[in-house]
Design a protein around this ligand. Structure first.
Ligand SMILES: [Zn+2]
Length: 342
């Protein structure tokens, strides 16, 4: 199982126990490692020395080809934007169309000769689709026919972070493997293997709702336990300087989690993502609700803010308005907070 994160190994064993299933759907919230799991499953199916139902040997020519990304019997179907993000292809140059976030029909049609040919190395042939919900309806319908009549050697592994967005006809032709958040001890051990310190791993895993892949993404963007601990106080002062390096998506996601936690606390519940010790007393839930809505709108604009500096300023002002006990982004609020009156 070389290379597969330890927290995914129980899931791989369950996927292999499905036996000769011709299509497996790896289903669970995004950020659980679906891509790595799909690759490990494809590798096991294509391995030339291991018995069926066993993980890949990791040493045979087929295993090496999967690792190098050049196996003739393995094809990946993923959105162009994701291929660029993962480094499988170059970003388009200036003035070119932005890479699509959808899997399009021409990409599905382009697989025809692959799905209809015989296996190059005489084992199985595997089509991996990640994430399957990125297929638009036309593309999904085009795939359906192949999924219904796969021939004798073709197998599918589909990963999916939002099963409700998949066509039911696609879902029903797959054996579903439900993925859940891994054991915290396994997730933490893996994060430490990736070079995170104990405190950072714990804080980021909590922030990510237990999803280790996402915790690592936060870490690589420069977040750690210390910065997380100071974020709520910075927001109270309306200061977001230096946080733009996270990028709009992660930043808005982070603030969304802060809003979510404060909303929970305004209803007397424990926070999920942040430590209560670092949070200011919650303000009125209507105000926090409004902030959550503002953040959803900010997410839509954030990918291409017209004026990034202004966009950041408005994020900071919204956060301060929502978190400060008097509701006004006043610079000098010297009064003691009277939370009981809210
Ligand atoms: Zn092998």
């Amino acid at each position: 199982m070389s290379g597969l994160p330890i927290f995914l190994q129980p899931a791989l064993a369950r996927a292999l126990a499905l036996g000769r299933a011709h299509a497996v759907l790896l289903s669970g919230p995004a950020g659980l490692g679906q891509l790595e799991l799909a690759r490990a499953l494809a590798k096991a199916w294509l391995c030339e020395t291991q018995a069926a139902g066993q993980p890949a040997c990791g040493h045979c020519p087929s295993c090496h080809l999967v690792e190098q990304g050049s196996h003739p019997d393995l094809r990946w179907l993923m959105p162009a934007a994701l291929r660029v993000e993962l480094g499988f292809e170059e970003a388009p140059g200036e003035g070119k169309a932005k890479p699509s976030k959808e899997i399009r029909i021409d990409e599905v049609r382009g697989l025809q000769s692959f799905t209809q040919s015989t296996s190059g190395r005489g084992q199985a042939k595997v089509l991996a689709i990640h994430p399957a919900e990125a297929m638009n309806t036309v593309a999904a319908n085009a795939l359906l026919k192949t999924l219904e009549e796969p021939g004798s050697v073709l197998r599918f592994v589909l990963s999916c972070g939002a099963p409700e967005e998949l066509l039911p006809t696609i879902r029903s032709r797959c054996q579903t493997l439900s993925l859940s958040v891994p054991e915290p001890a396994l997730a933490l051990a893996w994060l430490r293997e990736q070079g995170l310190g104990e405190a950072d791993a714990a804080a980021l895993l909590r922030l990510a709702g237990g999803r280790p892949g996402q915790a690592l993404q936060w870490a690589r963007a420069g977040l750690g336990a210390d910065r997380l601990a100071e974020l709520p106080q910075l927001m109270l002062r309306g200061e977001l300087g230096g946080w733009e390096a996270l990028g709009p998506t992660l930043l808005v996601d982070l603030l969304g989690r802060l809003a979510h936690d404060q909303l929970r606390r305004s209803h007397g519940q424990e926070p999920l993502y942040f430590s209560a010790a670092h949070l200011p007393p919650p303000t009125a839930s209507a105000r926090l609700q409004r902030w959550a809505t503002e953040l959803r709108e900010a997410r839509a604009k954030g990918e291409h803010p017209l004026v990034p500096g202004l966009w950041m300023e408005s994020l900071a002002a919204q956060a301060q308005r929502a978190l400060k006990s008097d509701g006004r982004p006043a610079a000098a609020d010297k009064r003691p907070a009277l939370h009981s009156t809210l």
